[in-house]
Design a protein. Structure first.
Ligand code: SF4
Length: 219
């Protein structure tokens, strides 16, 4: 049998180089590997084009394409990357190759098998996302100090819900929590005012790439 027929593969929507738009590494040139497919349907999803389609690629081919972009940072995203089990092998392989690897995940899938070298960026889905029933909040206790938790806030009701949830979460010490205003739904200054008024120990996050280029695929 042709060995390539049994090589581990992933369905990939796109691989591209851009600037990281989010969290601690915002502004750094980063290669993004966007995996196809997601079991959720958030109301504000900006990557619905990754729900289907895509192209099967071997881990060898993915790693070669990543190497071609020449960035030390790689972000594996989606869709929901963990919906494809082989994503775990890709993450380990990229870490072994010396990249600084981050994973953007919905918070609706287990995290226990993710390579500990990977920086996990884990969403907590708010009510306005329409998917808050999918949150696996118990998984947050597995996080490491280098990991991040992100709430996308759409309106005041989302903010109040998130603020009330924060003290109930079993977050290990050092994990940073971000509140990010849903682009074009909530003014960043309004969210900042609410956070300051309440004195929350939470960081404001703006999606840099959307301010630079708008809401377009591949940026
Ligand atoms: S989890 Fe992410 S990719 Fe999936 S529907 Fe929600 S925002 Fe879109």
């Amino acid at each position: 049998m042709d060995a390539t027929a049994t090589a581990p593969r992933l369905r990939i929507t796109e691989i591209f180089r851009s600037l990281q738009g989010e969290a601690d590494t915002a502004g750094w040139p980063t290669t993004f590997v966007r995996l196809t497919g997601c079991p959720l349907r958030c109301t504000y999803c900006d990557s619905a084009y990754a729900f289907g389609g895509g192209e099967w690629q071997s881990l060898d081919d993915i790693e070669a394409r990543v190497a071609g972009f020449g960035t030390p940072r790689v972000c594996v995203t989606g869709g929901e990357p963990l919906a494809q089990k082989t994503c775990l092998a890709l993450l380990t392989r990229l870490c072994d190759a010396g990249y600084r690897v981050s994973l953007e995940t919905s918070g609706a899938l287990p995290l226990g098998d993710v390579d500990p070298r990977v920086v996990k960026v884990v969403d907590v889905k708010t009510p306005a996302s329409g998917e808050s029933s999918r949150n696996l909040l118990g998984e947050l206790s597995r996080l490491q100090p280098h990991d991040l938790v992100k709430f996308v806030i759409c309106d005041r009701a989302d903010y109040d819900w998130s603020r009330a949830l924060l003290p109930t979460l079993s977050l290990p010490p050092g994990v940073t929590v971000y509140f990010s205003p849903s682009h074009e739904q909530l003014a960043p200054g309004e969210l900042a005012d609410w956070m300051l008024a309440d004195g929350l120990a939470v960081r404001l996050q703006l999606q840099l790439h959307k301010y630079l280029w708008g809401n377009v695929p591949g940026r």
